[in-house]
Each structure stands twice: as C-alpha cells, then as structure tokens.
Design a protein around this ligand. Structure first.
Ligand SMILES: Nc1ncnc2c1ncn2[C@@H]1O[C@H](COP(=O)(O)OP(=O)(O)OP(=O)(O)O)[C@@H](O)[C@H]1O
Ligand SMILES: Nc1ccn([C@H]2C[C@H](O)[C@@H](COP(=O)(O)O)O2)c(=O)n1
Length: 720
C-alpha cells in the first residue's frame, strides 16, 4: 500500500501460526471497530475444496491455477456472517473438513496460486475503508504498508491445547493426537516454507497470547491498534488535497449505513462552502389573561413539556419567560405572562405592566379566558388594553373539558374578538385547532425584531444584572461618539437601538431603551429584566455580559451568562468596576470566575471601568474575536482530517465490547458553529466535551459556543 492509501484506509493486518487465535480474535476486533473482516486462509481452503471437488491434481500448479481461473469465488467480509461460495456452492462448513485441511498447505505452496489470491485480497481490502485481515503473509506481502500490523502468537503447547479444545467442542470427542499434531505443528512447518510467520517482520508488533484468555487477547490487540494508529497519524502529514480525498472516501463509506432522508439533505452539499443565510427571528406569541385561567398550563401543553411556571402567582420569579415552540414545522416564540389584573396595585400593577410589555414585543396575542366562569370585568379590561395595542388576537376559551361544555365557550363571542376556540389546557382538547388559528395570524418572522439586517453594523446586546453598570458603560461608549446619521447601510434606526462608533467602525447596541428604563424600575421586576435580556439576545449577534467586580458573583450573574449561552450568541465577559477592587477582593474574584464561570472559560474577558472609561478600548478587539469565531466555517475535509487524527491518538473507550467510531463529520451551520458527527455508536458526553475542547485548541473558536450533534447510524444489512 502507498502512503496515500495509508491515509485513506484503516487496515489491520494480523498474521500468526495455526491455533494462535487469529480468526476468532480478528473477528472480535472487527466487531469492536465496526470494521470488515477478511479470513484469507478461507480463500486458500476454498481453492483446496475446489481441487477436491473437481478432482484436480493438487500437486499440479498449472491445473490448480486453471481451475481457479475458471471458478467463481465469493467471500463475506462481515465478521458476523461467514460465507464462502465457489461456483454458487455454499462451502463455509466444508472448507473446515479434515480433507481440506490436509491438502490446503500444498495448495498454499504454489506461488502462482498465491499471486492470484494476493491480488484478489488486495482488491477486497481496497473496497473497505476499515478492515481486519488475517492470514500468514498479510503483514509482509498482502498489506505491508498497513497502518497496523500484528503477529499473534502463542507457544506450541497452548496452540495445540486450544485446537484440541476446539475439536472437543465441535465433535464431542477427544481429538486424535496424531491428527492434532498434523493440523497444527506439521501444517505450520509446511506453511512456514513459503512465509515467515513465526517471527515478526520489521515494524510488526508481536502479541503473545500464551498467558492471556480470549478477552484479554482482544483487548491487547485493540491496544496495539490504538497505539499504532496514533503513531501513524503523527507520521502522516495530510495535505489539503488528500484531506479532501479522504473526506470523499469517508462520505462514500457512509453509504453503507442506514441514513435518514434528512441526513442526505444535510450531507448533499458538504463539498461546498457553507452559505450564511440571513438569520430569521421567529414570530412571537404573547399568552395573556387574568390569574388562574390556565395560561401556564396551556403554555406547557403547547410546548409539550412542563417548563413554564404553572402557578399564576403574580410576581413569581422566572428564569425564562419566553420559550421556543413549534407547530406543524413552524417555529415561534411563546412568551408567558403573569396574571393581568385591572386597577392592580403594588406588585400586581407591575405584573400587569409586564404583560403589556410582552404584548408590545409580540406579533400576536393568545388571550386565555376561563370559559366556565365567563367574561369578567377584568377580562373586558384586558380586551380594552389589547385593542389599544392593535395586535392580532386569538381567543382561547379554556377549561372546556368535553363537548357538553362548548356552549360556555360560545358565550365568549360577546367579547367581540371573533371565534372563541374551546380548549382544555389540562387534557389537550382543542389545542390543535387553536394552534392552527394562531399560525394563521403569526407572520413568517417577527415584525418586532424584523429580519435582522445583514451587512450593517454588528449587533451587540449589553446585558447583566441590575446595577452592574450597563447604562454607564453605554453612555461612556456612546458619549461623544454617538452616531446621529441613520443612512449607513442596513441601519434603519430602531428607536431602541443605539449606533455607536468604536474602533473605526459602527456598532449597533440593541435594546438600549431597556437598559436605560431599567434604572427607573424600583425593584422586583425580574420578569421585565428577563424579557428584555431575551429580546436583546434574540436581536443581537454578540452578548457582552457585564459583571460587577466589587460584588460576589451571584446566581443571577450565572443565569444571565447561561441565557447568553443558550441564545447561541457570541460572548464577551466584561468585568466592570475594576477601579473598586483591592488586592484581596481581586483574589476572591479570580477564584469565583474560575469556579462559577468555568463553563464559558472560552469567552474573551475584559476588565473595565464604565465609570472612568478605563480599558473601554479593549472591548472592540474582544468583540471582533468573538464574532470572527462565531462566523467561522471549518471546511469538511479539514474537520475530518482533524477527527481522524484525534480519534487515532485518543480513541473512544470500548463500551460493552464495542468501540464507537466516528464515520464522518460536517459543520452544518455557523453563527454559532454547529457540527454533526455520524457515528457507529453513542459517544460518551465526556468524549464529546473532549472533542469540543480539542476543536477549540486547534481552530480557535474563542468567544463562541460550539454545538456537537451526533447521529448514530447502523450499518445496512447485506441484503439491502
Ligand atoms: N487467547 C485465547 N485464549 C483462549 N482461547 C483462545 C484464545 N484465542 C483463541 N482461542 C481459541 O482457540 C481456538 C483457535 O482459534 P482460531 O481458530 O481463531 O485460531 P487461528 O489462529 O485462526 O487458527 P487457524 O490458523 O488454524 O485457522 C478457538 O477455539 C478460539 O476460541
Ligand atoms: N494468508 C494466508 C492464509 C492462509 N494460508 C494458508 C496456510 C494454511 O495452512 C491455510 C489455511 O489457513 P487457516 O484457515 O488455517 O488460517 O492457508 C496462507 O498461506 N496464507
């Protein structure tokens, strides 16, 4: 095999004397690696069977060769399905007979027969990207350049006793000692006249199984495979072209596996550079109603999981207020709100304000009424509020658990909002019709965020818990550099955005009104803050999470970083109020960052003082780095070369006797980079984390989350 072949094929060549365990161990290794398996001895045996069947003179090389050329041979390479055929005769069992075993060495001594079979074996090897091949001359003649070459031995007594045991198992009789000697010792002596297989050739690793049981021998061989592969991976410097060729071969090999139609779509254009399509913001549906009408139950029902807070307790703190949802293949965002009450005071008043805020940022409103109670004065007040907002409204008449209650829903026509859709949030009754109606009202993409402009200034969300200094930083950054012109490409000005000139370019800080207004909210408006953070993240490309250096990193800080991470945006951490630090606090802060924010240790970090403007110029390079990583597209060939080397050096641990293999990888999208790996088995989460870490070390990706998805695919059965 040439150096080029070496990069393309995983060939594991195993030689050894009779009874050393070549066949059984090779099959187990092939199974563990999900590789093909070739028993070359069976090919010599098939020729021997042919000679006996056709009564050819086994000593006459020409006669054997002629018989061989005229015959049709086939051999399975499935380690779980041995099958040898000659001229349509299935001879899998027959080639193990004593008669065949007695003449096979004579056949194997004919050099022209060997040349014929060696060529056939090399052709079979070339057809398989991963194959374990065993025999007597595989490491030296058939595949001398194989990346893994092993001589499997055991001392003579052990081999004799193993073969003896095998005969007992197969025949239930003690073997004739003479026959045993003939089948092991004498045959090896004859075979050794044509090939050296008792001593390892240069570069061939010996595995001596004399003192190992079967499982230990398989483990020992797998260990050599892993070690040898890591050496060859280090040795072989893959050039771009061969990376591409290798990826092509791996992609072709994927055809042997059961792919889903969606896999085919995903893999269709792997050779083209990924085109970055303008991002769409899914439409937003606000779910509004007075307390206890079942809003959150309905939200949960639509999401198909228990996620929203089910109690309609005004002011309940929520980590999330909006949820990604889907109906009939259309994505939308659902915003759950607290109970809306008329003339509410105190916290209830704020909850009502928050609901209004949710309606402001929504494309349509799902108004939930308790149909068993009927329209109350509060419901009518909600209707008045909703009418002012001029958003499409879908009316859900909840708690209609059966057909007999439907007239109660009909009574809600009186609200003047059109069809009341009878639903039972608890039982799911009627939600399909309701969602169909919602889909008719929702636009393709959110009109609130609109289609995110491309080519315009890059969009930054400045987020963080109250009083970390968001407004001060924005003011400091905007200061005199505040951009007043609106005619920059793609910058139709949204009143809530701020265009700021930094480091010779314009940046769009999104939802800055939220940052400012936040200051006037006295307390307890977490809902509002969460909603603002999420909508800002939805509209941004990169998040700057501000953290106050003078205070202990809180759960809320961590939650906000997590929100930024979940949003899939690029991320920069800005540690503010650096001027307030003394040496002792600095030590604690470093420890807190290490402990609490280790899950984003890949994010660039800048230490700043929003009050004095110290280090504000460091923000731009950090933003640029994060965005560059966020946009990054790794060519498929590079990715597969990287995966090949990584897996060779650090294979996945064997699980239940199997070693999951990565068949092919591709980056399916950028912003943020998402990768899909096709595998033969489930990859442990630690192993996926390891791949992510190595991807970062090798290709950068500083400041962007990376997603690695996995598609475990089964090999097609031979009959497909
Ligand atoms: N390490 C081991 N410990 C115990 N038994 C083993 C070990 N390896 C193989 N065996 C058993 O030894 C017997 C012979 O193994 P196998 O047929 O695989 O040998 P082989 O090298 O392929 O022989 P041949 O070249 O004659 O086909 C089998 O019954 C097998 O299960
Ligand atoms: N590559 C090979 C494989 C086998 N042989 C010979 C040696 C054996 O006597 C015979 C049958 O092999 P087995 O099934 O016992 O492994 O074939 C060879 O010369 N070269």
């Amino acid at each position: 095999m040439t150096e080029e072949n070496l990069a393309e094929h995983l060939v594991i060549a195993i030689d050894g004397p009779s009874g050393s365990g070549k066949s059984s161990v090779s099959k187990a290794v092939a199974r563990a690696l999900d590789a093909a398996y070739l028993d070359t001895g069976a090919m010599y045996r098939a020729v021997a069977w042919l000679c006996l069947d056709q009564e050819l003179d086994t000593a006459n090389e020409e006669a054997v060769l002629e018989g061989l050329r005229d015959a049709e041979f086939s051999i399975s390479t499935d380690p779980d399905d041995e099958a040898v055929e000659v001229n349509s005769n299935l001879i899998t069992e027959a080639i193990r007979s004593t008669e065949v075993t007695s003449v096979v060495s004579e056949i194997a001594a004919h050099l022209q027969v060997r040349a014929f079979l060696v060529q056939a074996q090399q052709e079979i090897i070339a057809e398989h990207p991963a194959i374990v091949v065993e025999g007597r001359d595989i490491t030296t003649v058939v595949a001398p350049d194989a990346p893994v070459r092993i001589l499997l031995t055991a001392d003579e007594a052990t081999r004799m006793s193993r073969r003896g045991l095998q005969i007992v198992e197969q025949t239930d009789q003690l073997p004739d000692q003479e026959l045993l000697r003939e089948q092991v010792k004498d045959r090896d002596a004859k075979d050794a006249q044509v090939n050296e297989f008792m001593v390892a050739a240069d570069g061939v690793v010996t595995v001596d199984s004399t003192d190992l049981n079967f499982e230990e021998t398989v483990e020992a061989v797998l260990a050599v495979v892993n070690e040898q592969l890591s050496n060859s991976a280090q040795r072989v410097e893959l050039e771009d072209e061969s990376d591409h060729k290798r990826a092509q071969i791996l992609r072709e090999h994927l055809g042997d596996y059961e792919l889903e139609p969606e896999d085919e779509v995903l893999l269709a254009d792997w050779e083209d550079d990924l085109e970055l399509v303008p991002e769409k913001i899914p439409p937003v549906l606000a779910v509004v109603g007075r307390p206890n009408v079942g809003k959150s139950t309905l939200v949960n029902r639509i999401l198909g999981r228990r996620e929203a807070v089910v109690e309609d307790v005004p002011g309940v703190t929520r980590d999330r207020v909006s949820y990604p949802a889907e109906w009939n293949g259309r994505e939308f965002t659902m915003v759950d709100t607290g109970g809306w009450e008329q003339d509410a005071k105190g916290i209830h008043r704020r909850v009502a304000e928050q609901a209004e805020m949710a309606v402001d940022v929504a494309d349509a409103v799902l108004f939930v009424v308790d149909a068993t109670v009927g329209a109350t004065a509060t419901d009518e007040a909600v209707v008045r509020m909703l009418r002012r907002k001029k958003k499409p409204i879908i009316l859900a008449a909840n708690k209609i658990d059966d057909f007999h209650q439907e007239p109660e829903a009909a009574a809600l026509w009186g609200l003047g909002l059109g069809t009341p859709y009878p639903v039972s949030a608890i039982h799911g009754r009627g939600t399909a019709d309701l969602l169909d109606a919602v889909m008719e009202e929702l636009p393709e993409q959110s009109a609130y965020g609109g289609l995110v402009p491309t080519g315009g200034p890059r969009r930054v969300a400045l987020i963080g818990r109250p009083n970390v200094g968001k407004s001060s930083l924005l003011n400091k950054l905007a200061g005199e550099e505040r951009v007043v012109v609106d005619d920059i490409a793609g910058t139709t000005r949204d009143p809530v955005d701020e265009l700021v000139e930094l480091g010779d370019q314009t940046w769009r800080f999104v939802d800055t009104a939220g940052i400012r207004r936040r200051q006037h909210m006295a307390h307890g408006a977490e809902y509002y803050a969460s909603l603002r953070t999420q909508t800002a993240l939805d509209r941004a490309e990169v998040a700057v999470v501000l953290i106050a250096a003078d205070q202990v990193i809180s759960e809320q800080d961590v939650r906000i970083v997590q929100l930024a991470l979940d949003s899939g945006r690029a991320l920069v951490l800005a540690i503010n109020k650096w001027d307030l630090l003394d040496d002792e606090r600095r030590k604690f802060l470093e420890r807190e960052i290490e402990q609490d924010l280790s899950f984003v240790d890949w994010a660039p970090r800048v230490n700043i003082s929003a009050a004095t403007g110290w280090h504000k110029d460091k923000l731009v390079p950090a933003l640029e780095t994060a965005l560059e990583s966020w946009d990054k597209r790794l060519p498929t060939a590079k990715l597969n070369a990287f995966l090949g080397e990584l897996v060779a050096a650090h294979p996945h641990p064997v699980r239940g006797g199997k070693q999951p293999r990565i068949l092919f990888g591709t980056q399916v999208s950028a912003r943020p980079p998402k990768f899909v790996l096709f595998t033969t088995g489930f990859l442990d989460p630690q192993y996926r984390r390891f791949i992510t870490r190595r991807l970062r070390e090798t290709f950068g990706f500083k400041g962007t989350p990376i997603e690695i998805g996995m598609r475990v695919r089964e090999r097609r059965s031979r009959n497909d």
